[in-house]
Design a protein around this ligand. Structure first.
Ligand SMILES: Nc1nc2c(ncn2[C@@H]2O[C@H](COP(=O)(O)OP(=O)(O)O)[C@@H](O)[C@H]2O)c(=O)[nH]1
Ligand SMILES: [Mg+2]
Length: 679
């Protein structure tokens, strides 16, 4: 048994795919331990998790929710995490501070792939985790071992059944604990009842028990010897090894039940109580030094609460007291959270997860001590590369200043969001992990900061260039009142290779255009290049000023700038203008069975496959590299997810500008015309 010498709290993170029942399981844990007396439900919007308006509106977790309870005299914090792949960044942060993760999954083998990124994250970081197969009431005639086998295919660690189902009339009605070898019958919303081991499961139980013992013995020579000698190990020895091997992430115990019916939940609590490492062990696993008096780590910022900015943090050591200096700031307010309910408390002990008030500088990941802010420890997960963007516009033009302040707060809360003022299109672009992610962000702007915004696909920063050169003569002459305006130039225009930009050359001889007017000619050329015949900035061409005329009184900078603009406007249409579109290098990762579909997807979007290989460190996954026009990228993630059960993703970088013609070009030019007309 683990020993907890000082009083401390332990922390579990409830993770798993959307709709697997995490929030319901939290409700059940709170109910089974007496922390709440009536269960709420996610359907009715009164569950402890999913407490914010944006979660209720969608009936899905959109951010972490905290709750705490006591079980058999020990304190627990639970973090209910969002399941959507678009919100994985939030979940990863919670996993970084938890002692144990409870991976909640439906008994659906076809959804196994959804667990792959999660298992990978847990195993790469050796975060202890238990698999809880929820909704066991929906298992029907299917075999649990087939479900586990499907899940095993996406887990590096061995998944080990801790119990086997007892079935009656086609439904799971109880379980046999494989260590104690006791049988229990589920009772709805109550503790299960100890019953006699039914004959029907005796053989299956014995077989599964043997598998459990062998899995455990894989990491324990002593136990292995006993098994080889056919000595029956004592239960206490098995328990002790299970706890150790879970703590080291060597094995993954598998339990099952029904959160909705409160079945199997107390069994889960017991396993967690026995096997979950304490805060000292977890801090050691994470390499958080045990020197110094007090340390707490922030994993999430909440803005816009009644208490102002709150930093959700786990206390790694010592006792945090209200008013103390933590991370070089004065702490004002320690709040325990129970879903949306906040209650102030004077201190927080080691292991507790609390909300710390008014630490204005603290950010997610940072380790705060009484000696200062130690920053983000190495290994804190990087936010994922953004894959989806919307250009934002305040519905009310006067809200623009408010919008940028509100976005700043939002970015602090959600580290997977990015905001960019596009230098090319001048749009305010919000980047994130998908449409749901950005819709939630926009809802928050509205609900919390009272800024209504619209989002639309960002513009593609097209360019145009010319295919052939020309020589042109232009004259600007105006006679009005006093001074007239006069300027006359000869220019030669020619295309340049991709990436050259704009080159201006002066080849005037004999002062036909006086020196002082030459910069004005160049300015006029550049002015005109801002919008070419197709409506986009013109690049990769050279203009040579070959000659001209001037007038002693009527010539001026302005006149030469004007004539240069005129010359360009007249000449460029005869230079075979052509549209250039940005092309991105994209690296797409999917389970290998989706690779062929990815290739078709890329082909259908005018893309070009460059290579495909096995994905490094991800058995059973592929990485497809491709070049794709940016114009085809906007909703790429949507299609990619739909052809890969939701788990496909990509990273990208700008590659080059490339000529585009035909339908795609016509469309871009047409849209641009509409926009220019509306200006
Ligand atoms: N049949 C059945 N339904 C469940 C069970 N647990 C949760 N659900 C239902 O599954 C849906 C999603 O549950 P929820 O807790 O919101 O899932 P989450 O997205 O993982 O948090 C809800 O309609 C629940 O009522 C269960 O054990 N059995
Ligand atoms: Mg939920």
């Amino acid at each position: 048994m683990p020993h907890r010498t000082v009083e401390s709290a332990r922390c579990m993170a409830l993770v798993g795919p959307y709709l697997s029942g995490k929030t319901t399981l939290l409700e059940s844990l709170l109910f089974a331990t007496g922390a709440i007396t009536r269960k709420g439900s996610t359907r009715d919007g009164n569950a402890t998790g999913d407490s914010c308006a944006e979660a209720k509106a969608r009936q899905m977790g959109v951010e972490v929710n905290l709750a705490s309870f006591s079980y058999l005299g020990e304190r627990w914090n639970a973090i209910d995490c969002p399941g959507s792949v678009e919100l994985a960044c939030e979940t990863q942060a919670a996993l970084m501070v938890a002692d144990v993760a409870v991976v909640v999954a439906e008994p659906a083998p076809d959804k196994a792939v959804l667990l792959a990124p999660l298992f990978k994250f847990l195993d790469d970081r050796r975060i202890p985790h238990i698999l809880f197969i929820n909704r066991i009431d929906t298992l029907g005639e299917a075999r649990l071992r087939d479900v586990v086998q499907a899940f095993q295919a996406v887990s590096q660690r061995k998944l080990v059944l801790r119990e086997v189902p007892i079935r009656e009339g086609g439904a799971v009605t109880g379980f046999v604990d494989l260590v104690s070898e006791r049988a229990y019958r589920f009772a709805p919303h109550r503790p299960s009842n100890l019953v006699q081991l039914p004959d029907s499961v005796r053989e299956r139980g014995e077989e599964a028990r043997q598998e459990l013992l062998e899995a455990v013995a894989d990491f324990d020579d002593e136990l292995l010897e006993r098994l080889l000698e056919d000595v029956r190990p004592e239960a206490v020895d098995v328990y002790e090894r299970l706890a150790r091997e879970l703590a080291e992430d060597l094995i993954v115990p598998v339990l099952f039940g029904s959160a909705e019916k409160d079945n199997g939940v107390r069994r889960l609590l017991k396993a967690l109580r026995h096997d979950t490492p304490d805060v000292v062990t977890t801090a050691a696993r994470l390499g958080i030094s045990t020197n110094g008096a007090v340390a707490a780590q922030v994993f999430k910022t909440l803005n816009g609460t009644q208490a102002g900015k709150l930093s959700l943090a786990r206390v790694w050591r010592g006792t945090v007291t209200d008013g103390m200096t933590l991370g070089a700031e004065r702490l004002s307010g320690i709040h325990a959270l129970m879903g949306r309910e906040q209650s102030k408390q004077p201190r927080a002990m080691a292991g507790e997860v609390v909300a710390l008030g008014r630490l204005e500088k603290a950010a997610a990941g940072e380790l705060l001590t009484d000696a200062g802010n130690l920053g983000r420890p190495e290994g804190w997960p990087e936010p994922p590369a953004p894959v989806y963007a919307l250009a934002l516009q305040a519905e009310n033009r006067n809200d623009e200043v408010k919008l940028s302040a509100a976005l700043q707060k939002l970015l602090e809360e959600d580290t997977a969001l990015r905001v960019e003022q596009s230098p090319e299109t001048n749009e305010l672009v919000l980047w994130g992990q998908g449409d749901i992610h950005l819709q939630i962000a926009m809802d928050r702007l509205r609900n919390r900061s009272n800024v209504a915004v619209r989002g639309r696909p960002p513009q593609v920063p097209y360019r145009e260039t010319i295919r052939r050169g020309t020589a042109h003569h232009a004259r600007h002459k105006r006679q009005s009142g006093g001074h007239g305006q006069f300027a006359d130039i000869h220019v030669a225009i020619r295309p340049l290779p991709r990436g050259s930009g704009i080159l201006f050359e002066d080849a005037v001889v004999g002062g036909a255009v006086p020196r002082q007017f030459i910069p004005a000619v160049e300015s006029g050329v550049r002015d005109a290049a801002a919008r070419g015949p197709l409506g986009f900035p013109v690049v990769d061409f050279a203009v040579t000023l070959t000659g001209g005329q001037y007038h002693a009184v009527d010539s001026s900078d302005m006149a030469f700038r004007t004539v240069a603009r005129q010359a360009m406007a007249e000449a460029l249409p005869s230079c075979e203008p052509v549209l250039l579109e940005p092309v991105l290098l994209v690296s797409i990762t999917v389970p290998a069975d989706a690779t062929a579909r990815v290739q078709r997807l890329v082909g259908g979007r005018r893309g070009q496959i460059l290579s495909f290989d096995a994905r490094d460190g991800w058995p059973g996954w592929d990485e497809v590299r491709a070049a794709l026009p940016q114009a085809e990228m906007h909703d790429l993630i949507v299609d990619l997810r739909s052809l890969s059960s939701g788990v496909g993703s990509f990273t990208w970088s700008f590659d080059r500008l490339q000529e585009v013609s035909g339908k795609a070009a016509d469309r871009a030019v047409e849209i641009r015309r509409g926009m220019v007309a509306a200006e």
